[in-house]
Design a protein around this ligand. Structure first.
Ligand SMILES: CC(C)(COP(=O)(O)OP(=O)(O)OC[C@H]1O[C@@H](n2cnc3c(N)ncnc32)[C@H](O)[C@@H]1OP(=O)(O)O)[C@@H](O)C(=O)NCCC(=O)NCCS
Length: 258
């Protein structure tokens, strides 16, 4: 038992650069406190002491700001950083080594609609091993987030996410993030889900984009100007020749586009 608790603490220390000692994790990490109280409420729930299980879970919510339903299934090494506002629904499943930041919801899509019929069904997401979910992200419905996928801060995800994918935005879409693990390599944990090295300056990226745009526009203007001068010019400067009409005369112009 003590070894399991020590492993949980070590998993948290390994994923938070701010954690300095095990004692600090025990005293100051609501994610750790909520996880320990969840293990208790879950044991009560599974022994059919449902009300007591729910009550312990509510005590934990009051103390930590993290609400975990005792019916959820949670693997080893869950790290809930900061914690406040995290909600984990009854039929959620969480694999090993998962990281959640504050404000994350693992919820149902429409729990308030026809709730009687939804009671015995899986309504909440499954997070496979090594998933990282950014602050404020909402993962809704009985979907699966594949191994080591990363969900961006404030994303809303209602569809399955493949392993190792990075998903951002509302509705969630897959992007190729700089820190995205490639599927063939062993994914590594990145604190806050964001790589710290080689971060490009966003202003420089914007200026580069504008310069590219200006160059493209300049080339088009030059091209148009030379075509216009060439058309009314008798001096022998090369002009654009109109395309020859197709023999049949009824060729679809769109077929020339690539
Ligand atoms: C999703 C995330 C992991 C991606 O990190 P990354 O691999 O470095 O990805 P990038 O920064 O290269 O972003 C890729 C694209 O997604 C966009 N993007 C990244 N995070 C986003 C987010 N949360 N919402 C919307 N768009 C986002 C970027 O602007 C970029 O778009 P572009 O290609 O048009 O420029 C990271 O941005 C994130 O949200 N981490 C969670 C952090 C968190 O919750 N911290 C709380 C600590 S207390």
């Amino acid at each position: 038992m003590l070894k399991i608790i020590r492993d949980e603490i070590d998993a948290m220390m390994a994923r938070d650069p701010a954690a300095r000692s095990r004692l600090e994790v025990v005293l100051c990490y609501p994610g750790f406190q909520a996880l320990m109280l969840f293990r208790l409420s879950s044991a009560l729930w599974r022994r059919d002491w449902r009300l007591l299980g729910r009550w312990v879970s509510q005590v934990s919510r009051t103390l930590t700001g993290i609400e975990i339903h005792p019916g959820a299934i949670i693997g080893q090494g869950l790290f809930i950083d900061h914690g406040m506002g995290v909600v984990i629904g009854e039929t959620s499943r969480i694999g090993a080594g998962v990281t959640l930041y504050h404000g994350v919801t693992l919820g149902g899509v429409a729990p308030s609609v026809d709730s009687e019929n939804q009671r015995a069904t899986k309504r909440h997401p499954t997070l496979e091993d090594g998933v990282i979910v950014g602050s404020g992200a909402q993962i809704l419905g009985p979907i699966t987030i594949g191994d080591c996928a990363r969900i961006g801060a404030n994303a809303v995800v209602t569809k399955d996410v493949p392993r190792c994918a990075t998903v951002v935005g509302i509705p969630g879409r897959v992007v190729n993030g700089r820190g995205a693990p490639r599927s063939e390599e062993k994914p590594r944990f990145v604190a806050y889900g964001t790589p710290t090295g080689d971060v490009p300056d966003p202003v420089a990226r914007a200026i580069e984009g504008l310069l590219d745009e200006v160059q493209t526009l300049r080339a088009r203007v030059n091209h148009l100007e030379s075509a216009r001068t060439g058309a009314g010019d008798e001096s022998g400067i090369e002009t654009e020749t109109p395309p020859a009409a197709s023999p049949s005369g009824n060729e679809d112009p769109a077929s020339k586009c690539c």
